[in-house]
Write a protein that binds this ligand. Sequence first.
Ligand SMILES: CCCCCCCCCCCCCC(=O)SCCNC(=O)CCNC(=O)[C@H](O)C(C)(C)COP(=O)(O)OP(=O)(O)OC[C@H]1O[C@@H](n2cnc3c(N)ncnc32)[C@H](O)[C@@H]1OP(=O)(O)O
Ligand SMILES: [Mg+2]
Length: 243
Amino acid sequence: MAAAERQDEAERSSIKEAARARLRRHDVGGRFSGLPLPKASVLLPLMVRGGELCLLLTVRSMQLRSSPGEVCFPGGKSEAEDKDEIDTALREAKEEVGLQPEEVEVICRLVPGIDKRNHLVTPVVGFIEDTFQATPNPDEVSDVFVVPLEYFIKPLNYMTLPYKTSSGHSGRMHCFTYDDHEHKMSFKIWGLTAHFAVFLALVIFGRRPTFEVDYDLDNLISSAVQNFMNLYASIYERKKSNL
Ligand SMILES: CCCCCCCCCCCCCC(=O)SCCNC(=O)CCNC(=O)[C@H](O)C(C)(C)COP(=O)(O)OP(=O)(O)OC[C@H]1O[C@@H](n2cnc3c(N)ncnc32)[C@H](O)[C@@H]1OP(=O)(O)O
Ligand SMILES: [Mg+2]
């Protein structure tokens, strides 16, 4: 290995090691697995490219019934054979973008979210190689792209919108526009996908973003759990009153 290559490799390892340590401190493991909601998982695939952490995202096929054309992470609904949320994320990533489970170094599960169909969605964070070549399944995925993770705390094109769920929970919705100059494409990342990307960037960088967020940044994990529990409680109360 040439000296320059060795230096790149050393830099890559130290970026990954620092991120691993922070991620492990925010691992929720199976803490939310027993909640009585239908389950889904997404994989947040991290790689080091050009000396910085980047996230791989997908654009949903226009043929899908749910959320066609929206940006999301590889992922989907849990199936009976899945052992846990990690299994679901890895199975879905393989089906959607051709990522083999052995190509992923799984690090942790983060605080879940709830989608508009009331699925409990668990984000699973894993490292992949930056040489990974996606093979999108055209039935489900129309595009795959990569965004520097730092964009989710320091965006160039950002908007916030208030949101309120049908169960009455309210908060901020982040909307990013990312211009991929290399591929001359522009992507809109918002809703649940943006929510997970921002949380991941806050965990890893531990810095204040250039926009407002619904967290206490000195108590990131407990405020994230609190926000989630408030949302969950609003859905649960509504379910009970519909019985
Ligand atoms: C405080 C806590 C915070 C909470 C949030 C705050 C943020 C604010 C949020 C507010 C706004 C919240 C709202 C927003 O954020 S909307 C904003 C932008 N959108 C998003 O953020 C996307 C969010 N959604 C997702 O990530 C996914 O939908 C999740 C992961 C939830 C489910 O995964 P997914 O949907 O990917 O499931 P799947 O992969 O199992 O299946 C997909 C479909 O594909 C069909 N299919 C499968 N195979 C094939 C095949 N071979 N040929 C043809 N079809 C095939 C299959 O039958 C299924 O169809 P259907 O059954 O769906 O019709
Ligand atoms: Mg999916």
